[in-house]
Write a protein that binds this ligand. Structure first.
Ligand SMILES: Nc1ncnc2c1ncn2[C@@H]1O[C@H](COP(=O)(O)OP(=O)(O)OP(=O)(O)O)[C@@H](O)[C@H]1O
Ligand SMILES: [Mg+2]
Length: 216
C-alpha cells in the first residue's frame, strides 16, 4: 500500500530521521513509536502530504507521492487518505452530523444509505443521538470520537492516526483501538503514532522512529 524508501527529514542542521525504509500493506496496522520529539508526527505528516521530506520516496501504487502536484495531492487526500490527528480536523462551527456528512462519497448518498452509516458510526463510538451537537460544545475526547466516526463513514484505504488514544479514558481508548483494528482487518492500511502500549500490542508491526528499525 505505502512503501517508504530511504526517507529523510532535517530542520536546518538537525536531522530528525534519515534513510527510513518501511512498508505498510493493506490490512496491516503499523505503530510508530519513539520518545517525544523523535519525529513520529512529522513522519505521519509526510505520508499525509502535510509536510515534505528532504530526501527519499513515499510510493503508493507506483507513484512517489512526495512529488505530487496540487491536484494529485487533493485527489490523494480525498480518495485514499483518512486522518485521525491531534487537532481532529473537524469543522468547529458545524454539527456532528454535518462533520460526518462531508465524508460521505456522493454515490453513497443514494437510497438513504448514508443516514444509516452515520447513525451506526456514532453508535459505535458511543455518541449515539448526539448528531445535532455543535463540535465546539464537545470535549476533546468526544471530538476525537467524532473524528473516528467520520473515518468509519469515509472508509479510506489508508488511515493515519496521531496518538488516537491520547485524550481518552480506558474504555474509549479500547473502543478506538478496536475500531482501527476492524478497519485494518477490512483491508485498510493503518499507521499510528503512539506512546500507548495497548495500541502497540494490537499492531502487526512496530517501527521505532528513533532507532530507525522495526521492533521485534
Ligand atoms: N516546522 C518545523 N521547524 C523546525 N522544527 C520542527 C518543525 N516541525 C517539527 N519540528 C521539530 O521536530 C521534532 C519532532 O517533532 P514531532 O512532533 O514529529 O515529534 P513526535 O515524535 O511526534 O513527538 P510527540 O511524541 O511529543 O508527539 C521536534 O523537536 C519539533 O520541534
Ligand atoms: Mg507527535
Amino acid at each position: 500500500m505505502i512503501d517508504i524508501v530511504k526517507l529523510s527529514k532535517t530542520f536546518g542542521t538537525r536531522t530528525l530521521w534519515s534513510d527510513v525504509t518501511v512498508t505498510v500493506s493493506s490490512g496491516e496496522m503499523l505503530a510508530l513509536v519513539g520518545p517525544s520529539g523523535s519525529g513520529k508526527s512529522t513522519l505521519l505528516n509526510c505520508i499525509g502530504l502535510l509536510d515534505k521530506p528532504n530526501a527519499g520516496e513515499i510510493r503508493h501504487e507506483g507513484a512517489d507521492i512526495t512529488r505530487f502536484g496540487r491536484r494529485e495531492i487533493r485527489r490523494f487526500r480525498r480518495d485514499i487518505l483518512g486522518y485521525l490527528f491531534q487537532n481532529y480536523a473537524l469543522i468547529e462551527n458545524a454539527t456532528v452530523a454535518t462533520n460526518l456528512e462531508v465524508a460521505v462519497k456522493p454515490q453513497r448518498t443514494l437510497r438513504g444509505k448514508t443516514s444509516v452509516d452515520i447513525a451506526e458510526a456514532l453508535e459505535r463510538v458511543g455518541m449515539a443521538g448526539q448528531d445535532e451537537e455543535k463540535i465546539h460544545h464537545l470535549s476533546g475526547g468526544e471530538q476525537q470520537r467524532v473524528a473516528l466516526a467520520r473515518l468509519m463513514v469515509k472508509r479510506p484505504a489508508l488511515v493515519l492516526a496521531d496518538e488516537p488514544t491520547g485524550a481518552l479514558d480506558h474504555a474509549n481508548a479500547t473502543a478506538v483501538i478496536d475500531i482501527l483494528r476492524e478497519m485494518s482487518d477490512a483491508g485498510c492500511a493503518v499507521v499510528i503514532a503512539t506512546h500507548d502500549d495497548r495500541v502497540r500490542d494490537r499492531c502487526d508491526a512496530v517501527f521505532a522512529v528513533n532507532e530507525n528499525s522495526l521492533v521485534a
